[in-house]
Design a protein around this ligand. Structure first.
Ligand SMILES: NC(=O)c1ccc[n+]([C@@H]2O[C@H](COP(=O)([O-])OP(=O)(O)OC[C@H]3O[C@@H](n4cnc5c(N)ncnc54)[C@H](O)[C@@H]3O)[C@@H](O)[C@H]2O)c1
Ligand SMILES: CC(=O)N[C@@H]1[C@@H](OP(=O)(O)OP(=O)(O)OC[C@H]2O[C@@H](n3ccc(=O)[nH]c3=O)[C@H](O)[C@@H]2O)O[C@H](CO)[C@@H](O)[C@@H]1O
Length: 464
């Protein structure tokens, strides 16, 4: 394994004698080379934005196929506007390279940006395995003056209590290098725009100098202001508070939606009207909350917290109940036609959010398992996922689903392609030659089936 010592002309920013302007110049001129670890949905766009600024970025990933694709200038995330063009440009200019040799990248980089997956395990505990592994890689090439930025979403205290001990298990001591939490406020589908500066960038160091270096770097990299917190722990709480706020808010919307029949109103209409005054911002009810952000953040925030935190935990439970609400509603609707056992149900949308090819923690997975346990056959339709996650369903192409004999349907994720499905094709011959519809549960207020014979339940609006 080649480990090249940093070339003499590279500059460490942490504890540097150079003036801030000279440090900014060093970053811009590529004399503070950057390595970004984790070429995923966030890491790749982030590396490209660093490349726009510093002109010397190495993208590191453990997946050789990902690295090879990037080396050829092939963008794995077609759904991300602007990434393909910027990747091609930076690869052609030699300003972005990619490698699986993280140790070699760490040896030459002076700024190390970590953005690998942080998820929860089967016990809802944070799984920081990838983060710890990549930190070992960074340590192998960590030099005095280097800066390490943790972009991955992490539980509070992770930088000081998990990352720093790994980084100082070798030749380095605390105070020789910078370590800061610089959480990413980016949504898939608009990553470049968000990273460049849709929102203020929050940074917090394990010490003041780390915070200073992180603020200087991100002031150069992003167009928006930098919000510097007093510690890495505070920066982690900022990120997690944002996510938990969203989870609790969605849970309120979902609970209101489950009371649609009790209130006997169109809850969506009422929410939209309530939101017309500035002190109300109720989000949108749906079939559930997926992805590896919002469903995970409550568990990150409460990791190691013995206090009951009933609101945060209850909100999580409410959101986790929504797939069951969708299935119960579908079963009620089917009852007039026959038992759900033996029925064939079309499940539209497996990705966790419309237009994003990611299925982690998608509500659709829970919907499929519940239907399968009730004896139904599930046909899953998703036009943007390369492959389905592990779930009890037969995948059917969007162009073929209307040829199948379907007893009911549930829309869980509102991909725009579903608006072009010929929903009338699911109708059947009724008595006296009329048309008989099927039960449809619309979990995202995405469908207008008023011109069909279907019996439709829209989450938040009720039966139509
Ligand atoms: N996706 C989002 O909308 C979003 C938004 C904000 C923050 N985040 C956070 O960003 C982090 C990454 O999320 P993502 O969506 O980019 O993940 P992703 O799954 O799309 O990509 C992660 C990449 O890291 C690579 N990887 C795993 N272990 C590695 C290692 N040891 N060394 C180098 N590379 C390694 C994987 O091969 C993969 O290519 C997570 O902590 C997530 O919480 C994600
Ligand atoms: C930087 C970062 O971490 N960014 C995150 C990213 O989050 P994300 O990519 O996970 O997307 P979300 O929009 O949060 O969706 C999550 C799930 O919640 C469902 N949902 C959503 C809204 C609603 O009103 N009702 C719902 O039911 C939806 O279907 C999906 O399953 O972007 C959000 C801003 O877009 C940020 O706030 C959020 O921090």
């Amino acid at each position: 394994m080649t480990t090249n010592a940093p070339s003499t002309e590279t500059v460490g920013l942490y504890g540097a004698d150079a003036s801030p302007d000279e440090q900014r110049a060093a970053l811009r001129e590529g004399r503070a080379p950057v390595a970004v670890y984790g070429m995923g949905k966030i890491g790749l766009p982030l590396a490209l934005v660093y490349g726009e600024t510093s002109g010397a970025v190495t993208g590191v990933d453990v997946d050789p196929e990902r690295v090879a694709a990037l080396a050829d200038g092939n963008n794995p995330f077609e759904h991300e506007p602007g990434v393909s063009g910027l990747l091609s440009e930076l690869v052609a200019d030699g300003r972005f390279t990619s490698t699986t040799d993280g140790e070699a990248a760490a040896a030459t980089a002076r700024v190390h940006v970590i953005v690998v997956p942080t998820v929860i395990d089967g016990d809802d505990d944070p799984d920081l395995g990838a983060l710890e592994a990549v930190t070992e890689t960074v340590r192998s090439g960590l030099d005095p003056g280097d800066a390490v930025f943790v972009e991955s979403t992490v539980p509070p205290g992770t930088c000081a209590e998990v990352i720093q001990p790994i980084l100082t298990a070798g030749d380095r001591e605390p105070g020789e290098f910078g370590l800061a939490h610089t959480p990413e406020r980016t949504a898939s589908g608009r990553a470049l725009r968000d990273i460049r500066g849709s929102y203020p960038k929050v940074v917090g160091g394990v010490d003041a100098e780390s915070g200073r270096v992180a603020a200087l770097v991100y002031d150069e990299v992003s167009d928006n202001e930098v919000v510097r917190t007093d510690s890495a722990r505070t920066a982690a709480c900022v990120k997690l508070f944002e996510g938990v706020y969203r989870d609790v808010n969605i849970a309120l919307a979902n609970e209101l939606a489950t009371l649609t029949d009790a209130f006997d109103v169109d809850v969506i209409e009422a929410i939209e009207a309530a939101n017309t005054q500035p002190y109300c911002d109720i989000l949108t009810p749906g079939a559930g909350v997926g992805g590896h952000c919002i469903p995970y953040y409550p568990y990150f925030l409460l990791d190691g917290v013995a206090d009951p935190a009933p609101l945060i935990r209850t909100a999580r439970s409410v959101n986790e109940l929504m797939p069951g609400f969708v299935v119960e509603t579908l079963v009620d609707g089917l009852a007039t036609d026959g038992p759900v056992e033996g029925a064939t149900v079309a499940l539209f949308g497996v990705a966790y959010r419309a237009g994003v090819p990611e299925a982690r923690a998608s509500p659709a997975i829970d919907v499929a398992h519940r239907l399968d346990r009730l004896g139904a056959t599930v046909l899953a339709v998703d036009p943007i996922l390369d492959e389905l996650p592990e779930m009890p369903a037969e995948r059917v192409d969007i162009d073929e689903i209307t040829e199948r004999d379907v007893d009911a349907a549930a829309l869980v994720t509102a991909h725009e392609e579903f608006g072009h499905v010929d929903w009338r094709a699911f109708e059947r011959e009724g008595p006296e030659g009329g048309r008989r519809g099927i039960t449809v549960v619309d979990g995202r207020q995405a469908l207008d089936l008023s011109e069909t014979a279907h019996s439709v339940y829209t989450v938040g609006r009720g039966w139509r």
